[in-house]
Design a protein around this ligand. Structure first.
Ligand code: ASP
Length: 310
């Protein structure tokens, strides 16, 4: 990996000088003592399926929003990731999920604390497209039905792995599973950008805690003039630094490259006692994957090439 001027930041270029480009992440953190080669292979397979699904949309000429939603669906349905089926559990053992979808035109929708929506990103999309609002906290069954969003019994989201993780977090403060929030950023054939992020939050979080993911500018942000960004990591630090908007501001007002902007933002996150990763796709030029945690599940695809790493 190329060195940056920010010593604690590791980074990867997502080549795509022009035209369509998709970058995804499946969470950042430490490998955890239960990581196995089989599980890592499964994560890489799922990341590849998510990239393929989103990229197929871009190749068909669909908009960036459709591409990021298609990629997110695959990862929300895969139990390895901390979103949808397999989401992290709160201290009272339920999955409370957050999601956000934002277009580079400033249109944005988000949900916080949903516990029955099969694909939380669909609820965020419905808020964006079907309401005049931006963020709903725990929308009621009637709204979900009006929006045409598919629901499941709360037990659908709970996996054995996440139950073990909760027990470990509650007994020794350690976690079985330390990463898995998912995100996708894309540039479509018209040069329009979009960002999407979906999460179960942090294992053993208090009931009602909301992280950075559904807050525009914190865990998710897109601006056609600058970048589309999605983050993963300790949400409180991403909120305190308004991380994804900070990346955009650094590009816009300080003239930094997306890599320098993401790296400097990660330094700020570090100064606020957080770690994690950011993915960004600019209006023009290569995308970037940057993280200051031990590892990051991620991938990119463009006419210039494709790569995944778990
Ligand atoms: N950022 C997410 C949150 O704080 C968690 C993560 O990315 O792992 O809710």
């Amino acid at each position: 990996m190329p060195a940056t001027t920010h010593p604690s930041v590791k980074s990867l270029k997502a080549p795509g000088p022009d035209g369509i480009l998709l970058v995804i992440h499946g969470g950042a953190g430490s490998r955890g003592k239960h990581s196995t080669p089989e599980r890592e292979a499964q994560v890489e397979q799922d990341l590849q399926r998510a990239l393929d699904a989103g990229y197929a949309k871009l190749e068909e000429g669909a908009c960036a929003e459709d591409a990021v939603v298609a990629a997110i669906h695959v990862m929300e349905n895969a139990p390895e990731f901390n979103a949808g089926h397999g989401a992290a559990l709160t201290s009272d053992g339920i999955a409370q999920m957050d999601a956000c979808l934002m277009g580079g035109d400033g249109e944005v929708g988000a949900v916080a604390g949903v516990h029955t929506v099969k694909n939380p990103i669909d609820a965020a999309k419905a808020v964006k497209e079907q309401t005049k609002h931006v963020l709903f906290a725990d929308p009621q069954d009637k709204e979900l039905a009006d929006w045409g969003v598919e629901t499941r019994d709360p037990s659908y989201f709970i996996t054995e792995q996440r139950k073990r993780s909760l027990v470990e977090a509650q007994t020794n403060g350690d976690e079985w599973e330390k990463h898995g929030t998912i995100g996708a950023v894309a540039r479509d054939a018209r040069g329009h950008l979009a960002a999407a992020t979906s999460t179960g939050g942090i294992t053993n979080q208090m009931h009602g805690r909301v992280g950075d993911t559904p807050l525009p500018g914190c865990g998710t942000y897109a601006n056609d003039e600058t970048v589309a960004v999605s983050g993963t990591g300790i949400g409180e630090a991403f909120m305190r630094t308004v991380a994804c908007h900070q990346v955009s501001d650094r590009v816009r007002f300080a003239g930094q490259s997306p890599l320098d902007a993401a790296s400097a933002t990660l330094d700020d996150i570090d100064a606020h006692h957080g770690d994690g990763g950011l993915i960004a796709v600019p209006a023009h030029g290569d995308g970037v994957i940057a993280f200051n945690s031990e590892m990051m599940n991620c991938g990119y695809k463009s006419p210039a090439g494709s790569h995944v790493q778990g």
